[in-house]
Design a protein around this ligand. Structure first.
Ligand code: FMN
Length: 407
């Protein structure tokens, strides 16, 4: 009996490293989200996880992937699977870009530096947000990989021009102009908690902080966090606690229009990506304006609640713009199979935001590596299962909407 017992008993080796232990127990991005929820103070988790108003759009972004199913093919020789493609005229090992997320240092003290390093290791572009907590130069100093710079358009165009010059001088490849933020969406979790950036310490946050000592300790030990790209340059540069709504609504230019694309062309030599396109008509307009790529995106559901899920726009937009502009699909990506679905419908690549932030909160830089590996392996496995050995074989015939409606 003892021999039988010995033959079936297998104990997991005790992992001494706490981060490795935590990550080894996760099987999906959703698992990392749960770990992040445990580790972060409630206000910080809600800032990352939350979305606008009733959060319908955020929910539909992920639900859309569940409504699309595969029509797999068999006996197609998938002994060798190639996930590589090209984006903005350069090779890309996986159809994936790391989306810009402001204020990453509240998830982990390394913040944007950790994400940029992980992206560079995987040879994927990392998009630095205008509202980052590490500067354009600090990120360039730790990453020789592909870097894009996301631009919010300040009322003060001199400030925007300077940021473009700094990005060009430090080797950023492309700019991503976010166009869905003329005014800030109402994120009611933040409103309820009175959340500010940086988080301010009140009685409730002190209690929350005491319940999350790991986060609080590293937050207090690190340099104070601020909007690193505009420190000392704009009223409310993030060094004083301010609600994101107040900040954006006073600093960003709501008069931004299609005419401004020419202004960007005259101040930026490289490719331009328009992020936040949400209709076929605007996708056509963007192609006419001559931008190199568009990101179909509703800001992860954080802006207009009731906006369409980007996945549903991919096929109609691809049909409308053809090869005139590259299409990125952004919002709700949690698995490699999601990437395969978006590419099959006509996207060149996907962008992901929360998935890597959950990883960052759960395991720092190694958590971001974990998420990238998970998405890479998931993409490869799904391609094998649907019978596609090359990204070029991912075509609309491989998928269908479960409700039978054509989109
Ligand atoms: C915490 C957080 C901060 C974000 N900050 C920015 C930002 O500064 N600029 C921007 O263009 N988009 C920002 N986004 C939107 C992301 O770039 C991306 O569109 C979105 O996260 C995609 O949806 P997903 O989170 O489901 O992947 C942010 C998203 C999150 C979750």
């Amino acid at each position: 009996m003892l021999r039988t017992l010995r033959s079936v008993l297998r104990f997991r080796r005790l992992e001494r490293d706490a981060v490795a232990r935590r990550l080894s127990r996760a099987a999906s991005v959703e698992d990392l989200r749960r770990i992040a929820r445990r580790r972060l103070p409630g206000g910080v988790f809600d800032y990352i996880d939350g979305a606008a108003e009733d959060e319908l759009t955020a929910g539909r972004n992920t639900a859309a992937f569940r409504t699309l199913e595969f029509r797999p093919r068999v006996l197609r020789d998938v002994a060798e699977i190639r996930t590589d493609t090209t984006l903005l005229g350069r090779p890309l090992p996986l159809p994936l870009v790391l989306a810009p997320t402001g204020f990453s240092r509240i998830a982990d003290p390394q913040g944007e530096l950790a994400v940029a390093r992980a992206a560079a290791r995987a040879d994927l572009p990392y998009t630095l947000s205008t509202l980052s907590t590490r500067s354009i130069e600090e990120v360039a100093a730790v990453s020789t990989g592909r870097r894009w710079f996301q631009v919010y358009v300040w009322r003060d165009r001199g400030l925007v021009r300077e940021m473009l010059e700094r990005a060009a001088a430090t080797g950023y490849e492309a700019i991503v102009i976010t166009v869905d933020t003329a005014v800030l969406g109402r994120r009611e979790r933040d409103v309820r908690r009175g959340f500010t950036l940086p988080p301010k310490l009140g009685l409730d946050t002190l209690i929350d902080g005491a319940l999350h000592p790991g986060w609080t300790w590293s937050f207090l030990r690190a340099d104070p966090i601020a909007f690193a790209n505009v420190v000392g340059r704009s009223v409310g540069d993030g060094s004083d606690p301010v609600s994101l709504a107040d900040y954006i609504n006073t600093q960003f230019d709501p008069a931004l229009s299609w005419d401004d694309i020419a202004w960007f062309r005259s101040h930026w030599d490289g490719p331009i990506v328009l992020k936040g396109v949400q209709s076929v008509a605007d996708a056509r307009r963007a192609a006419d304006a001559g931008v190199e790529a568009i990101a179909l995106s509703n800001h992860g559901g954080r802006q207009l609640d009731g906006a369409p899920p980007p996945l549903e726009l991919v096929a109609p937009v691809a049909e409308a713009v053809g090869d005139r502009v590259e299409i990125l699909c952004d919002g709700g990506i949690r698995r490699g199979s999601d990437i395969v679905k978006a590419v099959a419908l006509g996207a060149r690549a996907c962008m992901t935001g929360r998935a890597y932030l959950y990883g960052l909160a759960a395991g720092g830089e190694r958590g971001v590596d974990w998420v990238i590996d998970h998405l890479r392996e998931g993409t490869r496995r799904t391609m094998g299962l649907v019978g596609a050995s090359d990204v070029a074989e991912l075509t609309p015939e491989l998928v269908r909407w479960r409700d039978g409606e054509r989109r």
